[in-house]
Design a protein around this ligand. Structure first.
Ligand SMILES: Nc1ncnc2c1ncn2[C@@H]1O[C@H](COP(=O)(O)OP(=O)(O)OP(=O)(O)O)[C@@H](O)[C@H]1O
Ligand SMILES: [Mg+2]
Length: 262
């Protein structure tokens, strides 16, 4: 069970304060939906959680330890724009993160994994593809996939290392409504199965209410028309949506599908 603590975090770029005084504590497998005006710093917040950037002030602790100063396998990420590698097949894309992780610690022969190590990586990648429903497309290249399938592949890439935290930055924004609804089911199922803490940035408040156990609203509390860059956004509301554990969410989904079948 992971605990994430955001302790008085600020982020500024030169003279521009983007985020100020963020405080947040998230324990265990919560699903935090994040909403806020365009440009208020939601993606910046995710980059801080990813370790891609360091806060200008304050601390981020994961299980009591400062967050590593670079992205790692304990944090997965999916962006709105497809982030899969076009020159790799679906399976190779799913294997990529694990190979990178293993290569750091494991056998390195000619820069490639081989033998048992590669077999294990392949097996884990195939499991992740099965979880997102892409087993049948394992040998295809991303150019042949629909937008929804590419986002499924991005999800497979980000869960294959079994992260404690999954960061989703408007991952469904470019998808058709029907596909988006399938992706909602998928992401809830992955959240239940992996028991990770999810942060989902969305411009669709209904999506936030549907998926989140908690809704975080980012906004500026202070504004100075003479100095628009002087103040940043903070978490103005932290609303509990449903006090659900992952098991509770699974039971609720089972009830819904029984009701739909009846
Ligand atoms: N690396 C950077 N250098 C300078 N300014 C930056 C950098 N990253 C973000 N900003 C600025 O920080 C502000 C917040 O950007 P951010 O992308 O986090 O907003 P957002 O809430 O995700 O917006 P949107 O909803 O449009 O995606 C913007 O004014 C942006 O220009
Ligand atoms: Mg953004």
């Amino acid at each position: 069970m992971s605990e994430l603590v955001i302790d008085n975090v600020w982020q500024s770029y030169d003279e521009q304060v983007v985020l100020e005084g963020l405080h947040l504590r998230v324990c265990g497998p919560e699903f935090c939906a994040i909403v806020g005006a365009s440009g208020c710093g939601k993606s910046t917040f995710l980059r801080l959680l990813l370790g891609q950037e360091q806060p200008s002030r304050g601390r981020i602790l994961l299980d009591g330890e400062p967050l590593p100063r670079e992205p790692g396998p304990d944090r997965g990420v999916v962006f709105q724009q497809y982030s899969v590698f076009p020159h790799l097949t679906v399976l190779e894309n799913a294997m990529f993160g694990l190979e990178l992780q293993r290569r750091r610690w494991d056998v390195r022969i000619g820069g490639r994994l081989w033998g048992r190590a590669r077999g294990e990586v392949r097996e884990q990648a195939e499991q992740a593809l099965a979880q997102v429903g892409l087993s049948g497309a394992r040998d295809k290249y991303p150019a042949l996939l629909s937008g929804g399938m590419r986002q499924r592949l991005s999800l497979a890439q980000s869960i294959v290392t079994r992260p404690k935290i999954l960061l989703l930055d408007e991952p469904f924004g470019a998808l058709d409504p029907g596909v988006r609804s399938d992706m909602h089911e998928l992401v809830l199922r992955l959240w239940e199965e992996h028991r990770m803490c999810v942060f989902l940035v969305t411009h669709d408040i209904a999506e936030g209410f549907k998926l989140g156990t908690r809704l975080l609203v980012f906004d500026r509390l202070r504004r100075d028309p003479q100095a628009p860059q002087a103040f940043g956004a903070t978490i103005t509301y932290d609303l509990p949506l449903r006090r659900l554990t992952a098991e509770g969410a699974a039971a609720q989904r089972r009830d819904r599908s029984v009701a739909a079948a009846g």
